[in-house]
Design a protein. Structure first.
Length: 490
């Protein structure tokens, strides 16, 4: 009997047993369960994509588009069982994002309870094919996949990336590429840090002077939201308040307590700006901004920041957040913020030196998104010599960013308190897509795996072997990734 049973945990410990088990495919994130099977599937020129699931035509078309580019095959999408079939899971609920994937010599069968589950499964299928499948131009075959059977679903519901488009602005096309690269790792939230001291990057129609230079019109923003939704990614907009607001304080004099407009700011300091908590105009401003952002946001969350409000009096801070919570409620959204926020449904743990804030948020009933700066901040330098980035939370090599668990990181925070994980990318030092990619790859896939895969199956030794196989995938897409010496790249 050649077929070997491998669960996530035996995959990781395969070499410890006497019987040599076949190495699993280098998938990231590691699926909940992988069983190798006999035989090999080969994608041939005459293959079709069979669609037998309601609402999943865009998913089938997206798969076809991807495979056509590199194989050059026609790959028509047909409404019957075919060589690659996408279907509704029969008789069982795999959850909103779960899927099964069976590869046999005659057929690839992907099944899920939702189109979203099929989309996540398509990402696994991509990674089972040779790296050249990611190329933009036609490549020679063969296009084979070893027989196997996967059953998979995520550990956490929220697996996010954050992009700071305030310190440096990134265009709609650049954000789309950032989304494209991240969804391959089953990321399902894009948190956009839209405003900060250095810039206000989203058009607000009722306060037209906020965004003047390098910003998204509301139509641009809708296009990002639409593009993300097509890939089952929820956009979480962040309007940082009451600190990190110099751009607004520069645009509108009346938002300052002294009524005098601030100078535009280009530096890297934090904590020097604050909305004027005592003025009613502040709440008209907040109401207008939250209303317009809520209208633009199909997802449940509105993030109002709340971090590093060092220039806001603590009592004023509490007052401000309480009113902000009411405004967000009024427009039917759930308040999200950094761990300092004293209200809200979701708080984000970020500062390793202030873990007690995250624990306090849990005590107030919030769920946590875990983004510890010394693990998941993609703007931290890898080594002293890294050309870009900051090091206030330390140097974060690939192993450092991978070897932690959201449910055991903080005393007083358990699995049930955790909504998920996020990898934020702050852009004080990053001006180009190449720089973004250099900091995000290869760390972002590790954070995505921490959010998706069962902790029992994860180990650095196993992960670094799988990660090595992703270098050629990034090369095929011209991703400017960091060739970490911790990895023996393929
Ligand atoms: C801390 S994380 C900040 C940001 C900086 C970042 C740089 C957080 C809530 N605040 O304003 O850009 O560090 O790593």
């Amino acid at each position: 009997r050649l077929a070997a049973l491998m669960t996530a945990s035996t995959l990781a410990t395969a070499c410890a047993s006497d019987v040599p088990e076949p190495k699993g495919p280098p998938l990231i994130p590691l699926p909940a369960s992988v069983r190798m099977a006999e035989g090999t599937f080969s994608l041939e020129a005459g293959a079709r994509i069979g669609l037998r699931a309601a609402g999943a035509a865009p998913v089938a078309e997206e798969l076809a588009r991807l495979l056509r580019r590199s194989t050059g095959y026609a790959l028509p999408v047909v409404r019957q069982e075919a060589e690659i079939t996408l279907e509704e899971a029969s008789g069982r609920d795999l959850g909103p994002e779960g899927y099964t994937l069976d590869v046999t010599p005659g057929m690839v069968r992907l099944a899920a309870s939702t189109p979203e589950g099929l989309f996540r499964g398509v990402q696994t299928l991509r990674q089972l094919l040779p790296a050249k499948v990611e190329s933009a131009g036609e490549q020679p075959g063969p296009w084979t996949i070893a027989g196997l059977s996967i059953e998979d679903r995520p550990r956490f519901a929220y697996r996010g990336v954050m992009l700071d488009v305030a310190r440096h602005f990134f265009t709609v096309e650049q954000v789309k590429r950032y989304i494209d690269l991240a969804v391959a790792y089953k990321v399902n939230h894009l948190h956009l840090h839209l405003t900060d001291d250095q810039g206000w990057r989203i058009e607000i129609k009722s306060w037209p002077r906020l965004a003047t230079d390098g910003f998204y019109t509301q139509d641009d923003y809708r296009e990002i939201v639409r593009y993300a939704a097509e890939r089952f990614v929820t956009v979480v907009p962040e309007i940082d308040t009451p600190g990190h607001t110099n751009a607004a304080l520069a645009a509108y004099a009346e938002l300052n307590c002294d009524g005098r407009a601030r100078e535009p700011y280009r530096g890297r300091e934090v904590g020097f700006s604050s909305l004027c908590v005592g003025k009613e105009v502040t709440y008209r401003f907040l109401d207008d901004v939250v209303r317009e952002m809520a209208e633009l946001t199909p997802g449940p969350y509105l993030n109002l920041g709340g971090d590093e409000a060092h220039s806001t009096d603590p009592a004023d801070y509490e007052k401000f957040v309480a009113r902000a919570q009411r405004v967000v409620d009024k427009y039917g959204k759930r308040l999200m913020g950094w761990a300092e926020i004293t209200s809200g449904a979701v708080a984000q743990h970020w500062n390793p030196r202030e873990a007690e804030r995250a624990v306090a948020a849990v005590a107030r009933g919030a769920k946590l998104v875990m983004s510890p700066a010394d693990r998941s901040y993609l703007d931290m330098k890898y080594t002293q010599d890294t050309e870009y980035g900051l090091d206030w939370a330390g140097l974060v090599e690939v192993a450092d960013s991978y070897e932690w668990d959201p449910a055991t990181l903080l005393a007083g925070v358990a699995e049930k308190d955790v909504l998920g994980v996020e990898a934020p990318l702050w852009t004080e030092t990053l001006e180009t897509p190449d720089a973004l990619e250099y900091m995000a790859y290869p760390r972002l896939p590790g954070i995505a795996e921490i959010g998706w895969s069962p902790s029992s199956g994860r180990s650095w030794e196993d992960y670094k072997g799988r990660l090595a196989g992703h270098g050629p995938r990034w090369s095929a897409q011209s991703v400017n990734y960091y060739r970490s010496p911790e990895i023996t790249w393929e």
